[in-house]
Design a protein around this ligand. Sequence first.
Ligand code: NAD
Ligand code: DAU
Length: 334
Amino acid sequence: MKLLITGGAGFIGSNFVHHILKTYPDYEIINLDALTYAGNLENLKDFDNEPRYTFVKGDICDKALVEELVAKVDIVVHFAAESHVDRSIFDSEAFVRTNVIGTHTLLEAARKAGNKRFHHVSTDEVFGSLGADEAPFSEITPYDPRSPYSASKAGSDHLVRAYFHTHNLPITISNCSNNYGPYHFPEKLIPLIITNLIEGKEIPIYGDGLQVRDWLYVEDHCKAIDLIIHQGKIGETYCVGGASEKPNLEIAKAILKLLGKDEGLIKYVQDRKGHDRRYAIDFSKIKSQLGWEPQVTFEEGLQKTVAWFLENEAWWKNVRSGQYQEYYNQQYKK
Ligand code: NAD
Ligand code: DAU
């Protein structure tokens, strides 16, 4: 099988490239990534000399490039997105462009190439925000996005579904909860806390810190996508979650404990605008139909993640200094 992975230099996409190349010795990958601030080729340096892996620096809104690449593969696995909620609050233009127009460009290319198989990686944020006692999100929860990020992802999901219904494009969608693990960009909560603490800095907690997220170790998300692309039913959506709802404050305290630091380093800061209170996922469909459930407990996953950041200080220090953006020039423009 030959896969076009979009956004493969980002957090989840690069974990997925690792997963596929290690799990399937005969699979080939083309990784199309624009290398925005979130793209980091250091995540994939293990494959610099791997003949089954090709990196293409490019934009998913570039119609000609996308058509050329989609024609070469059996399946598109679409991760590329602007993914950070806070950035979408400050400036949402790139979110609409990449998440909506970029997804549309890929869908059109898949249609023109003879209806190529298409898997769209989406988020639980499209379903909105839950109250403390409300049932978790599932595949039948109505869409109710509340940030520019989640609205743009919801728009992309609707386009993907429309291409299934209108053009019979063989699509699947996964809506996943919060991921964490290796290569997580340190603007997001868990890697921000870990790296700040290693550097002896305070950790910013928005509002009262009691917002709840459902955390999933990234390797488990990759395994879910792997199952969906091989065994998922065409036209279907699968909700993927971690069975691990935690308030942000509890996450902060758990990491403080793992690193032997004092809770005085918690700094309450101004809340995020329109901050969604709680996300939770009912993943019984993918469990009963495809046999997937999370393998890594939150305690184990958090320990592994903290250990990874301790062992890979050079990786996140390069991100913080901006040095990581030189990797493409060093490796590909020699
Ligand atoms: P990320 O921000 O770490 O990576 C995004 C990647 O997309 C980067 O490599 C970036 O360079 C690339 N990219 C951005 N714009 C592009 C463009 N126009 N053309 C080509 N490449 C472009 O994101 P992530 O956290 O790895 O998320 C991947 C996908 O999974 C996203 O679609 C996101 O909505 C979804 N998702 C993320 C989470 C999570 O917790 N991180 C949870 C559920 C779903
Ligand atoms: O639910 C899936 C989503 O999870 C993905 O679709 C997004 O791409 C991904 O970024 C993530 O969104 P969140 O907004 O939930 O993740 P973030 O790490 O930004 O924030 C997690 C929680 O922590 C949220 O309640 C806001 C809070 N927070 C975040 C930061 C960065 C803080 O309290 N302080 C912070 O400094």
